[in-house]
Design a protein around this ligand. Sequence first.
Ligand code: ADP
Ligand code: ZN
Ligand code: ZN
Length: 803
Amino acid sequence: MIAEIFVELPTQQTNKPFDYAIPEEWHDLICPGIRVAVPFGGRKLLGFVTKIKANSDVKNLKEIDHILDLEPVLNKELLVLGEWLATHTVCYTIAAYQAMLPAALKGKYEKRITLPEGRSVAEYSENMQQLFCNRISISWDEAIAVVNMKELKTALANGDLEIAFQVEDKIKVKTERVLSLVQTQTQLKELLDSTRKNANNQIKLLQFLIDNPAEITATELMNQLSIPNDVIKKFIDQGILLAKQVELYRDPFAMTSFEKTTHMTLTAAQEAAFDSIAKAIEDETHENFLLFGVTGSGKTEVYLQTIDQAIQQEKQAIMLVPEISLTPQMVTRFKGRFGERVAVLHSGLSNGEKYDEWRKIIRGEVSVVVGARSAIYAPFQNLGMIIIDEEHEGTYKQEESPRYHARDVAIKRAEHHKCPVVMGSATPSLESFARAKKGVYTLLNLNERINQRAMPTVSVVDMREELRMGNRSMFSRELSEKISDRLLKKEQIVLLLNRRGHSSFIMCRDCGLVVQCPQCDVSLTYHRTSNQLKCHYCGYETNVPRLCPTCNSDHIRFFGTGTQKVEEEIAKLFPKARVIRMDVDTTRGKGAHERLLKQFGDGDADILLGTQMIAKGLDYPNITLVGVLAADTSLHIADFRASEKTFQLLTQVSGRAGRHLLEGEVVVQTYTPEHYSIELAASQDFESFYDREMMVRRNTAFSPYYFMTLITASSEDQFTAIEEIRRAAIMLKDGLSKQAIIFGPTPSPIAKINNRYRFQCLIKYKNEPNLLEILHQLNENLGAKTAKSGVYLSIDMNPNMMM
Ligand code: ADP
Ligand code: ZN
Ligand code: ZN
């Protein structure tokens, strides 16, 4: 029997299965989806078995070295999904498999030095004997720390020592010693009577076992009685206790208890949405729903109840949320409803914890997984539904290979499982809303907040006016007054400093002008290093103007205020206010995010100040004021989605206020109050925004009117990169239809990263059946050259970022 195996080496040359012979004794054990270690080019590599067959064209087949799994880690559905992923995102198959599994299942490679078979360490020099110290193999690192390289080289050359490569799992299953009683109570009492009176620990232990005959872990026993392990070991040796190793889950929530919650009575609108989704689950039909509901309209309750519907039909559910929405509040809601049946996967977990959550899923011990992007690969066998909350979020797209969008994977998996996908948002992406309008997705509406709670009132403050009135502070008069008012009333305030990415733009503080590219409808980005303004789309560049081209003011400067600076200003203006600052700096440590939110939730602070990470998921009753310090910041980044992202952010953050009994107010400070994304976010009018923005997209030929693919060539040598991107552009021009628009080659917006020069080519197209084939061909042609010239090609289908 022969196995086809993809080895864990992501290169073009190894992007195909290799044949290996399966040793006789493993014929029953090896099947597709199992990981094995195989000899490859003089070392050993981890590989995935993808197929078993009877014959191979290869002569002198090598044998599989050893098996890493007894059960497949990838089932048939996921193996096929991996191939699909590799084809559609143009990545290596092995990269697709790795992306679908927890990092713990990647191979750990160790190089070791061993004695040849049949040799004994006694035959070696004293130096070697000391090193090996009764072992037959030692790690390479240990060896080279002691033996000099020359001696080692000679020993290896004349066969006195050998190199061995070991492949094993990165992270081991955690186990624990569990003790159970072998003897009866009477026997224990007899023992107690015959024990020496000064053997305190033994007496303590016997007494404990008489009182508590149940199973107990060794750790717990030692902790409870503060006795050393020796005593327990003695009891095991004497046959009083029996020890066995039991598998253990590393559960970050093990110490938290969640209050059980039950279903709420749905509102009419919630019920209508629920019925449609529940019907698709019951009928086992694949259908894509867009659940369009304002913030606080009860989407999450609909998720919870439809998931329950799936569970009742003995199916499982995946709930995707953006990483930043995986707040303790969200986890509590799911754990509270489904208890032990939920696995939670987020980036704050250690690799071991993630592995353990994954094992609960593959063993069918849980029915629901709540997690960020990669949870879409949860190895459930019988999916009943997939939910993508905040479906418009950019984090659903992975920005490294495989560059997949979780929405596409969700739809693919749901087709296989014949189940619905529910995408929820208060501000759907233009792409999804357009599909809903066309009837590709079924639109479900939740138009009102629960209990007809009012949407917060939003006032837009023109910061140019503030400047004219002589107010140079970051706080408008209106916002300062309202902050003082809430501080007095002991209500809570959320302040958002909208600062996406690192790009800064040049703006005139007198007239609000932002310097634009003359050839594209995007603003120019300020490049600090060259002190120039550049267009990220067409490559146009110009010097930074000293005076505003429209009003001649010299108040023209690049923009960017930090959260720290705001914090200082708050301290000056409102010295008594207690502030919690949340940004990348204060949330770096494990659990910091949760801790800060909890403090705020517990009322330990008056003001929560932060970047967009605070815009979502907060549901605290005492928040009655939300202030957005500079709404423009995300408007003028060089991104065709800038308006959409601004609208989304303002809507999301406004949704944090007045979710409960107290009414909410929002103050949005801006230098461009007349911009439609700000005006329409203030009036909470998604559909008008959609119409308006769709017009812009049509005129500029962007998504959703066009698909896009971004190709980037990078190399340490500028000319090699240029040559490669030119070659790609020629192949694309030759292979694609006349309707495809090809921009470039141009230098990438970030023209050099890590000393590698980057050039790009952007394709816009509607229907190009040849495109995938050309892209794969590009990679294959390049494959042979890569090693020599160090040039890499990255291919990004439907890119989120054009960097
Ligand atoms: P969304 O996910 O759309 O922002 P949520 O599901 O979080 O909305 O609901 C907002 C608030 O309303 C929550 O506090 C939730 O507990 C409550 N809620 C949701 N559905 C109902 C209902 N049917 N009856 C009463 N309260 C509800
Ligand atoms: Zn001006
Ligand atoms: Zn341009």
